[in-house]
Design a protein around this ligand. Structure first.
Ligand SMILES: *[C@@H]1O[C@H](CO)[C@@H](O)[C@H](O)[C@H]1NC(C)=O
Ligand SMILES: *[C@@H]1O[C@H](CO)[C@@H](O)[C@H](O)[C@H]1NC(C)=O
Ligand SMILES: *[C@@H]1O[C@H](CO)[C@@H](O)[C@H](O)[C@H]1NC(C)=O
Length: 240
């Protein structure tokens, strides 16, 4: 009974003090959430650094786009635009070959299907991925770490270099390491697409993925390195 008037007295005092602050000292309220971490290790939340390819094996999540990247990069449209800036695009005429894979990023969402799959576009973001479908090349699957247990906003990629259609799109020997390193060298530094300019820093991380081929799809071993990309938009004159 005594607490209530005291509380209202306090809140009244607070109100008065906030109102008395000069305008420029009022706290700035962000309009959307910023991440404060690069990513959370999926292993801490019962997840895995291998996705589920549906055949009892998985592909390594060998590239992570940091949650500290510009927030616009971490949306689905943002990932597609960034992919186009580094020579990838959506699948040929929207036709998807093969079943989607799923990943458990330890964020409380459990096993979730990939959101999109992007392919090397051979210099043409409209129809170039049709060529990748025929002759093979680099491609990646996209998974977002946004569950309430680990809401980093980071985007995990399963990157691999594929054989051509005749070889039913299997992965080339050493195709996980090669795919990761090719994507990284295309991404690092300054890139742009559709009026958006990106500055990307790459850093290698060990200790997330086990080196070797245990549980890895097609029995293709990896060196156990995951590359972390921090992608910052340094100029945006896009229409949107
Ligand atoms: C994941 O994809 C498979 C294959 O297309 C589909 O059967 C399944 O319903 C999807 N799962 C979810 C949760 O969307
Ligand atoms: C997490 O990301 C997926 C894929 O972009 C989206 O479908 C889902 O709505 C997101 N969930 C939350 C809680 O933002
Ligand atoms: C990461 O490691 C791979 C394999 O050793 C190497 O080829 C690549 O250049 C490294 N990338 C960075 C950003 O250090």
């Amino acid at each position: 009974m005594i607490l209530l008037p005291l509380f209202s007295l306090l809140s009244q005092r607070l109100t008065i003090e906030v109102a008395a602050l000069p305008l420029q000292q009022l706290p700035v309220v962000p309009t959307y959430a910023y991440s404060s971490v690069d990513f959370y290790s999926p292993l801490l939340g019962g997840g895995s650094m291998l996705d589920d390819a549906g055949d009892g094996f998985g592909e390594p999540l060998n590239v992570i786009i940091s949650g500290l990247s510009s927030p616009q990069v971490l949306t689905e449209d943002g990932i597609i635009n960034f992919a186009k800036a580094i020579g990838f695009s959506e699948e040929c005429l929207g036709i998807h070959l093969g079943a989607p894979q799923s990943a458990n990023l330890g964020d409380g969402n459990g096993w979730v299907n990939q959101t999109i799959e992007l392919r090397q576009d051979y210099g043409n973001s409209e129809i170039g991925t049709c060529l990748e479908t025929l002759i093979g090349g680099n491609h990646f699957r996209v998974f977002k770490q946004n569950g309430t247990v680990a809401p980093s906003g980071a985007v995990f990629l399963a990157v691999s270099q594929e054989e051509d259609l005749e070889e039913s799109h299997t992965i080339i020997p050493d195709g996980y390491n090669i795919g990761r390193d090719k994507l990284t060298s295309l991404a690092a530094g300054t890139t742009h697409f559709d009026g958006v300019t990106y500055s990307t820093i790459a850093r290698n991380i060990t200790g997330l993925l086990a080196a070797g081929s245990v549980g890895v799809n097609h029995g293709i071993g990896t060196d156990g390195i995951t590359t972390l990309l921090t992608v910052t938009i340094i100029d945006d004159c896009s229409s949107s």
